[in-house]
Write a protein that binds this ligand. Structure first.
Ligand SMILES: [Zn+2]
Length: 353
């Protein structure tokens, strides 16, 4: 019995080993076949889109991290909208790993912001350089030997941009030197213009002075009225002592003229240009001068102490024709001025005084 049992166990053990051996060999064959055909790889995807296959997840992650956090040179910072995802897969053995392709895709999806330094004039960017030190050096060079009245209002501004654009040092210097030259020229032109204006104002002041001087010397008898378009001047300065038409005093008839009271001997001028038609003594008028101005207009100057003109003489308002007196029917020195139009006396105060 024991023998049978032992033989039975032996038989089955042998069979089991046989099966195991077959399974092991079979598995090995399958694994070998798989390994011959396939290899493991990490599929890298962003937003569900495959960007490539890599051998090692950690290595590519470290590379991407280094790229995104790079702040060398003028890089201020980098941004990527989304980080990639990784999935382990079996791929055909002959498929190449694509680390470079993945990095190119990452660079494409990354925005780089650069920090540069703008040299500004009155708040306006003139040139951009890569370091603050360069900007300061250029500003100091431009300010050298600059006229103290010319202020370029230079400053430095931080510029953040996704495009890396800077001027070369020589280019920046040229731009700012041109600016300096323009500003200096502008200042000099302005200065010259100011001098020109000041000179012109001085000349104008001089001219004004000489004009007012000439007015003072020539305009001794300014026209103060007009009669039918004929300019009239006052024959004497004085106060009105008797008006036209008055019947006061010893008069029996209305006053035919205007009495202007002033001191004896005061020069009398004619009211306008004309021709002397009478120069002599005439009754109550005393010494009388009559001037005909044409168009039926005549003027009478009575009670004169002296007569300086003769009949037929041409006179104008600069001619002194006689002197104030009290000849004829008069109670004191005054000028009796009479203006007649077509022989009829009119009120001189319609035109003068
Ligand atoms: Zn009178």
């Amino acid at each position: 019995m024991n023998f049978i049992l032992i033989n039975w166990v032996k038989y089955y053990t042998k069979e089991t080993f046989k099966t195991l051996k077959l399974v092991t060999i079979g598995s090995a064959i399958i694994i070998t076949m798989v390994c011959i055909k396939y290899k493991p790889a990490y599929k890298v995807t962003i937003s569900g889109e495959t960007i490539g296959f890599v051998y090692n997840e950690e290595i590519i992650k470290a590379k991407i991290d280094k790229y995104i956090n790079d702040t060398t040179g003028n890089i201020a910072f980098r941004e990527i909208k989304e980080l990639p995802e990784y999935e382990l897969q079996l791929v055909n053995r002959d498929k190449e790993f694509e680390e470079k392709k993945v990095m190119l895709a990452i660079k494409d999806l990354t925005t780089t912001t650069y920090k540069t330094y703008a040299i500004t004039s009155d708040g306006e960017q003139k040139a951009v350089v890569s370091t603050q030190e360069e900007a300061e050096n250029i500003i100091n060079q431009i300010k050298e030997n600059l006229n103290e009245n010319v202020d370029l209002k230079l400053g430095i501004a931080d510029v953040y941009s996704t495009e890396y654009k800077v001027n070369s040092l020589d280019e920046a210097k040229t731009i700012l030197n041109d600016l300096k030259t323009n500003k200096v020229t502008e200042y000099e032109n302005k200065k010259a213009e100011e001098i020109r204006i000041a000179k012109a104002a001085m000349e104008a002041q001089k001219a004004k002075f000489s004009i007012s001087k000439s007015i003072a010397t020539t305009a001794q008898t300014p026209a103060t009225g007009n009669l039918s378009g004929m300019p009239l001047c006052t024959p004497v300065n004085g106060s009105v002592s008797s008006r036209f038409g008055s019947r006061s005093g010893s008069r029996s008839t209305a006053h035919t003229g205007l009495d202007i009271s002033t001191s004896n001997g005061t020069g009398i001028r004619t009211i306008s240009q004309g021709t002397v038609t009478y120069a002599g003594y005439k009754g109550s008028y005393g010494n009388l001068i009559i001037v005909n101005h044409g168009n039926g207009i005549e003027s009478y100057y009575a009670h004169c102490s002296a007569i300086y003109v003769t009949a037929g003489q041409s006179v104008d308002s600069t001619t002194t024709i006689g002197a104030v007196g009290s000849t004829g029917n008069s109670t004191g020195p005054h000028l009796h001025l009479e203006i007649r139009i077509n022989g009829t006396p009119v009120n001189p105060q319609n035109y003068l005084y």
